[in-house]
Design a protein around this ligand. Structure first.
Ligand SMILES: Cc1cc2nc3c(=O)[nH]c(=O)nc-3n(C[C@H](O)[C@H](O)[C@H](O)COP(=O)(O)O)c2cc1C
Length: 360
């Protein structure tokens, strides 16, 4: 099957290219009766949209979401939901050069290797504009998870380049995340990160970083071993986001250097519930949620479309130089925070419905 759908019971299929007519998705399997407005979905999209601050691309796209089906009197009806945003600020001439020359480390060469030709305008389907649809669907899932189950989803910037934040993921609040333009709750680190992004931007270059994902109040028992472990599906969801190069849950790669006696999370009974006294596992054992906070890290590369001149080749295999025109993000991390939230919501929502379907 072509890979445009995600989830089993809460299933989204996204469609659209960056400079085509529209971007959107169909959600099939959404529970009926979720109260949601276009404005609530729009709030999440506005966190993702370009042109929101001096450190994001100046591209102006309204990203105005419309709910075209599966919705009546302010509520989801249980039938397929179509969410759509029509494309407006289309400047395809900025991409003319990319019709012939492949951008190093972008998807130009591989899309053409796969499909035989490609929509080169605005990176086509490989553009992160597609993630708008995930954020819209994720907003509906987040609303359900929060209101029905008390599950709270958030994420924030943990690192940009070599600058690391010091944040306690257990206590961080959405307000602290939104308190600055880079979405890092450590204010001192945030200032340094913003300065770094501005410097990199002035040099015509890009910089990567790490987003910390947090999911609180997930009940024990979600996850479908062996292939659809909660941790595995979170990994797939995150790795499907543009520019993501790494995913780790809990102690992740750093955990390998300690001993089992240090790494094990001791169990205890607290308020009548089985709990752990620490959470190096990241909130799952055997791919099933433990009831502790799920926490993971997602690595984003420095994105490839940069103004600095680079060596590349053309479609007809001639060596050439490329310095990209157009309006690109010097650091995609601040705009990727709502995308990480959306993928978390889609995974947990799907697993909640799957757990209910089998266990009742
Ligand atoms: C929010 C967001 C915005 C992005 N904006 C750009 C951009 O302006 N220029 C660019 O070259 N890549 C951008 N990317 C990354 C590309 O979409 C991605 O690198 C490309 O599709 C190749 O895929 P890969 O890096 O995952 O292999 C962005 C990614 C995200 C998450």
């Amino acid at each position: 099957m072509a890979g445009n759908s995600f989830g089993q019971l809460f299933r989204i299929t996204t469609f659209g290219e960056s400079h085509g007519g529209a971007v959107g998705c169909v959600i099939d399997g959404c529970p009926p009766g979720i109260s949601i407005t276009e404005a609530e979905i729009q709030k999440e999209l506005d966190r993702r949209k370009p042109g929101q601050s001096k450190i994001t691309t100046p591209r102006k796209e309204a990203d105005t979401i419309k709910i075209l089906s599966g919705y009546f009197e302010g509520k989801t009806t249980g039938t397929p939901i179509l969410l759509i945003a029509y494309n407006a600020d289309v400047k395809s001439e900025d991409y003319l050069e990319l019709k012939e020359a492949y951008r190093p480390s972008h998807a130009d060469f591989t899309y053409e290797a796969k499909y035989g030709f490609r929509d080169w305008r605005g990176s086509g389907r490989a553009s992160a504009r597609e993630t708008l649809a995930r954020v819209a669907a994720g907003a509906i899932a987040q609303k359900y998870l929060k209101e029905k189950l008390g599950i709270e989803i958030l994420s924030y910037i943990d690192q940009v380049g070599d600058i690391k934040a010091a944040v306690d993921f257990e206590t961080v609040t959405p307000e602290a995340i939104e308190s600055n333009i880079i979405r890092c709750p450590d204010q001192a680190a945030a200032e340094k990160m913003i300065a770094l992004v501005e410097k990199v931007k002035s040099e015509g270059d890009s910089v990567g970083g790490v987003i910390q994902g947090v999911i609180r109040n997930v009940p024990p028992g979600l996850g479908e071993p062996v292939f659809d472990k909660l941790s595995a599906d979170l990994g797939k969801g995150m790795l499907s986001i543009n520019a993501v190069k790494g995913f780790e849950i809990g102690s992740g790669f750093a955990g390998v250097s300690g001993r089992g006696s240090e790494h094990n999370d001791p169990l205890e009974v607290r308020d009548g519930k089985i709990r752990t006294t620490k959470n190096d596992a990241g909130g799952t054992y055997g791919g099933i949620s433990s009831g502790e906070t799920i926490h993971f890290r997602v690595a984003f590369k420095p994105v490839s479309t940069i103004a600095k001149e680079q060596d590349t080749v053309t479609r007809d295999k001639r060596p050439t130089k490329l310095s990209a025109a157009g309006r690109h993000d010097p650091c995609v991390l601040p705009r990727a925070v709502p995308i990480v939230d959306a993928m978390s919501a889609l995974v947990v929502m799907d697993h909640h419905l799957r757990h209910k379907a089998q266990n009742g």
